[in-house]
Write a protein that binds this ligand. Structure first.
Ligand code: NDP
Ligand code: 2IT
Length: 449
């Protein structure tokens, strides 16, 4: 282990997700440091792995029974070398400093790849929106924003959605920000269409992950047409991943949530997808209810006693993990390879463990890491900011075509950087190197700040 990695672990021993994300970057950018000794001199690794600012705060709110509840709120302002802090908010009981620091760290590289001017940040809370009434969610969001508002701004830090934060939460958060600041600005992205949102933002992460897969397949004169795909999750990213795969002629056979997964051998078609969207977004139900309507599908409960996830153990060509971090372990990766999967495009952030990634790379799969494959979401957030600044909104076709161009450009940057530094075809190394070089050069230009 490198000295820098050791000192990062010694400083914050409990932050295993953060260490995992940092170690991957440090391992893959070695050739850049070897070629540019001035980077080491300037302690760039020490600087880029330390957040510029970490904000932690109490979020008290009252539930429907009149009981006071207390959650913890966070915002990690990781790096502003190339633009204002930008990144989502996650509301999930597992949220802690380690998870948000890993997400903020990855966001820095991802945002650099988008070609837009955005630094990296991430925030959220251990609040669980599941099972809460709309009023409870509103009161929580208002209390969260009552503190966060003093730290953010349309040219300072622009939060958005992530797990547990969708259009409803963004609405409540925006309302409170507007009230407190007395300004109607583009301080959050993922807003609803009627009050400053961008067309294609809800679709962008899923569509982008599919565009990225299509780009990778095109390097082998192939496409998604006729391909069988495994998708995990059933939230925002998963839904629009399925939508785009169907449009491009592929067949999706799985979806999941934290309780279990469905396998539908005939494929999830448009009308089944509409059912899932209603089930998850309006009814806020569970994926198990899919089989009540489509009895040809099979539902399997999540089983934590297994050392693998059976979702990844079906015959398929492509996999789009779109739920959460570390959802594919080594055994899952081996199962994917055994079942014929050749393409992995990560809609989720860091869904594959390091030893799963080794399996993908050793077997020469087309493997796209989250910070490249799921960058379409934040890219269209950047386009939402641009539209807000201009006080106009672009039509659907325009935003979608910009998204396609951005995904194509990210794909090319990964390939170019990987080739330049002696690891051709390694998208993970390419993404880390291209993002790293852009951010580090900006940091060096701006001096020791
Ligand atoms: P949603 O909240 O809309 O959906 C999350 C989905 O993942 C749900 O089906 C949820 O199931 C499942 N899930 C969450 N946590 C776990 C867990 N610990 N174990 C198993 N399943 C889990 O979130 P998104 O679709 O927005 O986010 C999915 C992933 O994509 C995340 O990794 C996020 O960071 C990443 N991402 C999102 C972007 C965006 O624009 N929204 C952009 C880029 C990346 P359940 O309902 O049971 O919790
Ligand atoms: O992980 C991510 O890139 C997001 N959750 C989206 C961030 C954003 O600012 O749109």
């Amino acid at each position: 282990m490198s000295d820098i990695m050791k000192s990062i672990i010694d400083r914050d021993p409990g932050e295993k997700e953060f260490h995992q994300a940092v170690e991957e970057v440090i391992e893959t950018i070695k050739p850049v440091l070897d070629r540019n000794p001035e980077y080491r001199q300037a302690a760039v690794l020490e600087r880029i792995t330390e957040p510029e600012r970490v904000i932690m705060f109490r979020v008290p709110w009252m539930d429907d029974q009149g009981q006071v509840q207390v959650n913890r709120g966070f915002r990690i302002e990781m790096n502003s070398a190339i633009g204002p802090y930008k990144g989502g908010l996650r509301f999930h009981p597992s949220v802690n400093l380690s998870i948000l620091k890993f997400l903020a760290f990855e966001q820095v590289f991802k945002n650099a790849l988008t070609t837009l001017s955005m630094g990296g940040g991430k925030g959220g809370s251990d609040f669980d929106p599941k099972g809460k009434s709309d009023n409870e969610v509103m009161r929580f969001c208002q209390s969260f924003m009552a503190e966060l508002f003093r730290h953010i701004g349309p040219d300072t830090d622009i939060p958005a959605g992530d797990i547990g934060v969708g259009a409803r939460e963004i609405g409540y958060l925006f309302g409170m920000y507007k009230k407190l600041s007395n300004e109607f600005t583009g301080v959050l992205t993922g807003k609803s269409l009627g009050w400053g949102g961008s067309l294609i933002r809800p679709e962008a992460t899923g569509y982008g992950a599919v565009y990225f897969a299509e780009e990778m397949l095109a390097t082998q004169n192939d496409s998604l047409e006729g391909k069988t795909c495994l998708v995990s999750g059933s939230g925002n990213v998963a839904q629009f991943t399925v939508e785009k795969i169907i449009e491009l002629g592929g067949k999706v056979v799985t979806l999941s949530d934290s309780s279990g997964y469905i396998y539908d051998e005939e494929g999830i078609d448009r009308s089944k997808l509409d059912f899932v969207k209603r089930l998850k977004n309006i009814k806020r139900g569970r994926i198990s209810e899919y089989i009540d309507k489509y009895s040809e599908a099979v539902y399997t409960d999540a089983d934590t006693t297994l050392d693998f996830n059976p979702l990844w153990n079906h015959k398929a060509d492509c996999a789009f993990p779109s739920a959460t971090q570390n959802e594919i372990n080594k055994k899952d990766a081996q199962n994917l390879v055994k079942n014929g999967v050749r393409v992995i495009s990560e809609g989720a952030n860091m869904p594959s463990t390091p030893d799963a990634i080794d399996v993908f790379l050793n077997n020469k799969l087309l493997y796209a890491p989250g910070k490249a494959a799921n960058a379409g979401g934040v890219a269209v957030s950047g386009l939402e900011m641009a539209q807000n600044s201009m006080r106009l909104s672009w039509p659907r076709e325009e935003v979608d075509s910009r998204l396609r161009i951005i995904m194509k450009s990210i794909h090319q940057s990964c390939l170019d950087a990987a080739t330049e530094y002696g690891v051709p075809g390694n998208y993970m190394a390419g993404a880390n190197i291209a993002g790293f070089v852009k951010v580090i050069n900006a940091m060096l230009d701006q001096g020791l700040v």
